[in-house]
Design a binder for this molecule. Structure first.
Ligand SMILES: Cc1cc2nc3c(=O)[nH]c(=O)nc-3n(C[C@H](O)[C@H](O)[C@H](O)COP(=O)(O)OP(=O)(O)OC[C@H]3O[C@@H](n4cnc5c(N)ncnc54)[C@H](O)[C@@H]3O)c2cc1C
Length: 452
């Protein structure tokens, strides 16, 4: 079936004037990629330093993963926290979690300073579980967070689940019994296969619209030292000792530092004139996944919500993990809609360059989403749902499952804020702020996000 535009792109101003690169230029900082990572990185570098910044974007602002996500503002890693502890150690994993938690303050700061008035909601979001194994997974993550001194809220398990009495001693204090009906109410479902819930601070925002509005602010506030060039694909970056030459086909950009905010999927070659080749390693390190999503409109009668559902693996639904966002949506001039977005199905790409953004939406993915919606969210399983939006987006997964933020060890002229890793809005913003401190010359403590 044909894909339509994502609801996020749908809300962008299609008449916004754009500028492409039409001459050779030089700058202090060149950022490649104008998604939430590129815009946040520009925001914080412009705010925290006096540097001249250009962003070079091969298509249009916010049209990558930033315009094709679920719009949930969340602080969890897609990789289990217990695995991060194993890979990085308890203290560094907890510091990494704190960094992402602090990004709530950064997104608020961007929103405030840029004087935005687009919808951005914060509320208590939920994750629902269907069996003991899923609950144990969650408890294991919470166990390590508590061990590392982080504040954790308990998982609520239906009091009808007698297996909770057999949970390992080490999880004591991390879970509490609750009436099944209360759990279902929190998860906005009548599907009794969900037997536990964990709640945490979540939010929702149209991250593409957020980029568009922050861009407008940056263009006015820093008119002397900031430009965004769109429709300007970068093919090659040549790294030297103290600068980089960037090949934009017809023109070149000379920059003191170059920052890749490309999500991880860039058709560009990196030549390191000062030492070992970076290109091969870089390209083979990021694995690709395409995530599929659908959205429909309903009467505006419920508050915003962001819920993850771990379905019962024995049910007819094949993919065990779905995520649902409900938010106010302006459609065709009317503001009185709730937009329900649902994602879950995804496929891995063997060759990371093979993603085609206009590729059709697979019938199978739509079927899975529809089955999930009818079994979990909608009360009438026979209701015919009119999915007005179907879209997919590309996610780059780094080997460690966390974003890469920092200087390339083989040549510090190159820096990264990339690696979607499933959850990227707050990590991109944290990355932008961290890079601004590095560029300013601050000594920043080591982190799990450092390129190694
Ligand atoms: C289906 C799906 C659901 C998701 N849901 C959520 C969610 O609910 N919450 C959440 O936090 N995250 C979510 N994410 C992840 C989140 O959207 C991403 O992590 C985030 O948008 C990444 O932003 P970015 O700026 O790094 O990448 P992008 O938005 O992809 O931007 C990268 C930009 O770089 C440009 N570029 C690439 N190569 C070049 C080149 N050679 N020259 C010039 N420009 C180039 C691209 O055109 C693109 O505009 C989801 C992602 C997907 C796909």
């Amino acid at each position: 079936m044909k894909i339509t535009r994502s609801p996020w792109i749908h809300q962008l101003n299609s008449e916004r004037p754009t500028v492409s690169l039409t001459q050779d230029i030089s700058t202090e900082i060149a950022i490649i990629g104008a998604g939430i990572a590129g815009i946040s990185t520009a925001f914080f570098i412009l705010k925290n330093t006096n540097k001249k910044v250009v962003i070079l974007e091969k298509n249009m602002l916010g049209h990558g993963a930033t315009g094709h996500n679920a719009g949930q503002v969340v602080t969890y890693f897609e990789r289990p926290f217990a695995e991060l502890v194993k890979d990085f150690g308890l203290k560094p994993a907890c510091e990494g979690q704190k960094d992402i938690d602090m990004a709530w303050d950064l997104i608020e700061l961007m929103y405030r300073e840029a004087g935005l008035n687009i919808p951005f909601s914060r509320f208590s979001g939920h994750a629902g579980f269907s069996n003991k194994e899923q609950v144990i997974h969650e408890l294991e993550d919470l166990y390590w967070k508590r061990e590392g001194g982080l504040t954790v809220d308990p998982v609520y398990i239906a009091d009808s689940c007698d297996w909770s009495a057999t949970l390992p001693e080490k999880y004591k204090g991390l879970y509490l019994p609750e009436k099944h009906s209360v759990i279902l109410e929190r998860l906005t479902t009548a599907n009794t296969s969900y037997i536990a819930v964990h709640s945490a601070q979540k939010g929702c925002v149209n991250s593409a619209l957020f980029c568009q509005e922050v861009l407008a602010y940056l263009l006015v506030t820093y008119r002397d030292r900031f430009v965004l060039y769109e429709n300007t694909p970068i093919h090659k970056v040549v790294l030297r000792h103290s600068n980089a030459l960037i090949d934009a086909i017809k023109h070149t950009v000379q920059a003191e530092r170059v920052i890749l905010c490309t999500n991880g999927f860039e058709s560009l070659t990196i030549l390191n004139e000062t030492g070992l080749d970076i290109d091969t390693k870089f390209h083979h390190n990021v694995e690709g996944k395409v995530g599929y999503m659908s959205g429909y409109l309903e009467t505006f009668n419920k508050p915003p919500a962001a819920i993850s559902y771990y379905t019962d693996v024995d049910s007819t639904i094949k993919d065990p993990y779905f995520y649902l966002t409900r938010r106010i949506h302006e459609h065709e001039g009317k503001k009185d809609y709730n937009l329900i977005c649902v994602g879950g199905p995804d496929v891995s790409l063997e060759d990371r360059t093979e993603y085609i953004k206009d590729y059709d939406f697979p019938e199978e993915a739509q079927k899975q989403i529809d089955e999930f919606v009818k079994s979990t969210y909608e009360t009438d399983p026979n209701k015919k749902i009119d999915y007005q939006f179907t879209w997919h987006g590309l996610m780059g997964y780094t080997p460690k499952g966390v974003r890469l933020i920092g200087m390339e060890p083989k040549n510090p002229v190159l820096l990264y804020n990339l690696g979607c890793n499933g959850v990227g809005i707050l990590p991109s913003i944290h990355g932008g702020e961290r890079l601004s401190r590095i560029i300013r010359g601050d000594v920043v403590p080591q982190s799990i996000f450092d390129p190694r």
